[in-house]
Design a protein around this ligand. Structure first.
Ligand code: S3P
Length: 436
């Protein structure tokens, strides 16, 4: 089925919204809950296709899971050695997080597993995990170009390694730490820049000893996890669309509720503030080891900036919509040091530059970023290339457009934000979804 959005120009965002649950935390709640001993209760779980792919993978490996129902999931954990061989390949859809984190976990099992995905996932690079996992003793086959399907041979003896990651990737870090649960000795992963640390926090929450020292996280194999209760906060990566939408549309005043503000995820707030946005973080609290807050945004004129490179890993999923903010800002915005954007669900540098140009914005892609001149957003046709975050970013662009924006290939919005259209409509965006 093909899904298109048509978004009428103009509007403003007011009121309160609670966006979908955090995708990264939802994936990890299933993985660790399934492998813990006892019954884990999750609330606020993101019922998007990506996290459901993870959930179904564990069901296929014999874990009894109730739900999801209204964001509630009950996992009857089987312990670290309680998984059973699935009868079929694990189909992980569009989800890079499922594929890369499971690669680490599956490397330590007694059985073989094949993992595959959709046309986007089967083009994404996996050597970043399979090479260090092989160093740990894992046996994993990929396509000749290092992409899925992955065939993981069970029954290997893993050993801990010290690994210096060549890129700032939470998926690589998490994959190796999860393999480390099954390895003899100590596994230490050092990152070149801080990346989201939900795996480390949640392992500790499940009682698994893990040490952190600066950029390095270490754990030793052979431990166990005890069931836990997890309240998943709203996803700052989903909130980001509404933060930018309210910042760019005159007369907006929006409260986004109960958003996860883990310091490794708040690049979007830091960058928007530097562009001059009026953002207030209020009602800060801590829920299950993760900080949360309400975020109030009022519209204000934005200015172009050079985005500090240290913010890039902290905002890595938010650049599609930050590019829309840049298109609405006065002057030039320059992003560099973000070559990882080229290997996300789409090539987010090229696809966003093409879409911005189609709307009349001067956007010049560079190998590791983009240079955008703020200007007047026209209207017209853009293609999201099946990338959920591109589709949602261009939906927000319509708030400042002159004529309607039609966005193609939007079905994958359901991977991370199933109720996006309903919430966006309720907050003041005139978006209509067509299915054919
Ligand atoms: C994720 C890490 C990020 C991010 C992805 C989710 C995670 O990927 O882009 O959406 O849950 O660990 P990288 O770690 O590859 O940058």
């Amino acid at each position: 089925m093909s899904v298109r959005f048509r978004v009428a120009p103009g509007g403003k965002l007011t009121g309160r919204v609670r966006v979908a649950g955090d995708k990264s935390i939802s994936h990890r709640s299933i993985m660790l809950g399934a492998l813990a001993e006892g019954v884990t209760e999750v609330s606020g779980f993101l019922e998007g296709e990506d996290c459901l792919a993870t959930l179904n993978a564990f069901r296929a490996m014999g874990v009894r899971i109730e739900g999801p129902r209204d964001g509630r999931v009950t996992l009857h954990g089987v312990g670290l050695h309680g998984l059973r061989a699935p009868s079929e390949p694990l189909y992980l859809g569009n989800s890079g997080t499922s594929m890369r984190l499971l690669a680490g976990l599956m490397a330590g099992q007694a059985f073989d597993v094949v993992m595959t995905g959709d046309s986007s996932l089967t083009q994404r690079p996996m050597k970043r995990v399979t090479v260090p996992l092989a160093e740990m003793g894992a046996v994993i086959e990929t396509s000749p170009s290092g992409t899925p399907p992955l065939t993981i041979r069970g029954g290997q003896t893993l050993r801990g390694i010290e690994y210096q990651m060549p890129m700032a990737s939470a998926q690589v870090k998490s994959s190796l730490l999860l393999a480390g649960l099954y390895a003899a000795g100590r596994t230490c992963v050092t990152e070149p820049a801080p990346t989201r640390d939900h795996t480390e926090r949640m392992l500790q929450g499940f009682g698994y000893p893990l040490q952190r020292d600066g950029a390095t996280a270490c754990l030793s194999g052979g431990g166990r996890m005890t069931a836990n209760t997890i309240d998943v906060p709203a996803d700052i990566s989903s909130a980001a669309f509404f933060l930018v939408g309210a910042a760019i549309s005159e007369g907006s005043d929006l409260l986004v509720e109960h958003v996860g503000i883990n310091p490794t995820r708040i690049g979007v707030i830091n960058i928007l503030k530097e562009m001059g946005a009026d953002i207030e973080v209020i009602n800060e609290a801590e829920v299950g080891g993760e900080p949360v807050a309400d975020i109030r945004v009022r519209s204000r004129r934005l200015r172009g900036i050079r985005i500090p490179e240290d913010q890039v890993p902290l905002a890595i999923d938010e650049f599609p919509v930050l590019f829309i903010a840049a298109a609405c800002a006065e002057g030039e915005t320059v992003l560099s040091g973000a070559e990882e954007l080229r290997v996300k669900e789409s090539d987010r540098i090229q696809v966003m530059a093409d879409g911005l140009q189609a709307l009349g914005i001067a956007a010049r892609p560079t190998p590791d970023g983009m240079i955008i001149q703020g200007g007047v957003i026209g209207g017209g046709e853009v293609d999201s290339h099946g990338d959920h975050r591109i589709a949602m970013a261009f939906t927000m662009a319509a708030l400042r457009a002159q004529t309607p924006i039609n966005i193609d290939d939007c079905a994958n919005v359901a991977t991370s934000f199933p109720n996006f259209v309903g919430l966006a409509h309720g907050a003041g965006i005139r978006v209509t979804q067509f299915e054919d």
